[in-house]
Design a protein around this ligand. Structure first.
Ligand code: FCB
Length: 457
């Protein structure tokens, strides 16, 4: 089959986040984040792993940027570590922390790589957590101060900003289920309050960015998933609506429509009582108008009605029965097409970027010194093709970032899941590009993909 070309100017990139790769956890004045604390709480993270060393990126910026250039990336998505800039969450910014990112940005620009910078990829200062974290309204002000400091230093050179990465994960996994930092096994209102303050702080930071008068674009990244019902019954159809409301619309609507979805306000109030942390004018304040929406897509959600469950529905473990990654996530490229087309329909006029998509596998260094990952090559090819289909169907998709540049600290699962197109030998910290690295370089530089796989390394 002929190769599929992406629109001119389509932005190809690789993604990481600070805590997952940087290491140097106590250097140059960096303060403690909720993930530092969580990793030190016994039983929380697989194997007792921490991000203290991670991939040691903090000390290897020059060679890592060289590797990105070799891979032909147009943009590199990384995050700023909040506690390098504001070690205790408040007060004067730490110049040495800002210097690190200043240098990273300059190194990238020297290689013609456009920085895409995330402000909050989950590493809230522990000092702010001690004051309530995202459930506290004052954290909105603290985030705005942090954002203002980073914009002031880097805003002249960074063309694309992301306020938060995946508020659903922060709020639900962090403050209700307690399986991510800060590890609060709370309740639904706590998660909804955290989500609300994330939304408000997003709106504040977008306004601050524009007030500072920078030339770039600013948006937010959400974890989103297409939903389907396990049967054609009315009850399962209703379960889809509610689950989609809980996972997608509760996060999309405030930042894109300036309101929470009425059906979900009713549903959540019925479960949890009045949502009185939402004050008059708040929802409108969350919608400062974004320049683009970042979409993290990993797998679809298949749901069924479950009247006995607290939320009233459940997500099927078996999904739609497709193949699985090493982390047990379903491989379903068609879900990406469905998701992008739906976003284009529901939110016309909002440019989209896939800010994360990728696959964890049990990669191994072979005797020939290479890492052969044909499953990742096929996974990425199929998802690139799925994105191309969405563009053909009218979605205004502007770019695509693969998760991840290199293997790294996968949160509560530690270092076992390997998501990189570059293998990291954790014994020596040597970087070894996998076969998939050659594959993405080919796609990135040609701005095209061959659906039949001829373009694999
Ligand atoms: C996303 C996170 C990212 C990474 C991938 C696998 O939820 O944003 O940091 O861990 O999952």
């Amino acid at each position: 089959m002929d190769e599929l070309r992406f629109p001119d100017g389509f932005l190809w990139g690789l993604a990481t986040s600070a805590y997952q790769i940087e290491g140097a956890a106590r250097e140059d004045g960096r303060g403690e984040s909720v993930w530092d604390r969580y990793c030190r709480t016994p039983g929380r993270v697989a194997g007792g792993a921490t991000g203290d060393v991670a991939c040691d990126h903090y000390h290897r910026v020059d060679s890592d940027v060289g590797l990105l250039a070799e891979l032909g990336v147009g943009s590199y998505r990384f995050s700023v570590s909040w506690t390098r800039i504001l070690p205790t969450g408040t007060g004067a910014p730490n110049g040495r922390g800002l210097d690190f990112y200043d240098r990273l940005v300059d190194r990238l620009l020297e290689r013609d790589i456009a920085p895409t910078v995330t402000l909050n990829h989950w590493d809230l200062p522990q000092a702010l957590q001690d004051a309530g974290g995202w459930t506290a309204r004052a954290t909105v002000d603290r985030f705005d101060e942090y954002a203002a400091a980073v914009f002031a230093r880097l805003g002249d050179r960074v063309p694309r900003w992301i306020t938060h990465n995946e508020p659903w994960c922060i709020a639900v996994l962090g403050y209700w289920r307690g399986v991510h930092a800060p590890g609060v096994a709370g309740d639904l209102p706590a998660a909804l309050a955290a989500a609300h303050h994330l939304h408000l702080s997003h709106g504040r930071a977008v306004r601050t960015y524009r007030e500072q008068g920078h030339p770039g674009a600013i948006g937010i990244t959400l974890s989103l998933a297409p939903h389907s019902a396990c049967s054609g019954s009315d009850a399962d159809g209703e379960a889809v609506r509610l689950s989609d409301g809980y996972f997608n619309r509760w996060f999309l609507d405030p930042v894109l429509r300036g309101r929470y979805p009425d059906d979900m306000v009713r549903h959540f109030s019925g479960l949890a009582g009045p949502l009185d942390f939402i004050r008059p004018g708040d929802a409108a304040a969350a919608d400062a108008g974004i320049d683009f929406l970042g979409v993290n897509y990993y797998q679809p959600r298949v749901v069924r009605a479950a009247p006995g469950q607290y939320l009233g529905w459940e997500v099927l473990d078996e999904g739609s029965g497709g193949p699985r990654t090493a982390m047990g996530w379903e491989i379903a490229p068609g879900g990406l097409t469905d998701l992008l087309v739906r976003l284009a329909r529901d939110h016309p006029g909002t440019p989209l970027f896939v800010t994360e998509n990728g696959v964890a596998l049990e990669d191994r260094l072979s005797d020939d010194g290479a890492v052969h990952d044909p499953v990742r090559v096929a996974f990425l090819r199929d998802h690139f093709v799925a994105a191309h289909r969405a563009i053909a169907a009218g979605a205004d998709l502007r770019g695509y970032f693969v998760w991840s540049f290199m293997d790294n600290f996968e949160w509560a699962l530690g270092y076992r899941p390997r998501f990189g197109v570059v293998y990291v030998d954790y014994g020596t910290l040597r970087r070894i590009p996998k076969d998939s690295a050659r594959f993405v370089r080919e796609v990135f530089t040609r701005n095209a993909v061959r659906p039949d796989g001829d373009d694999s390394a």
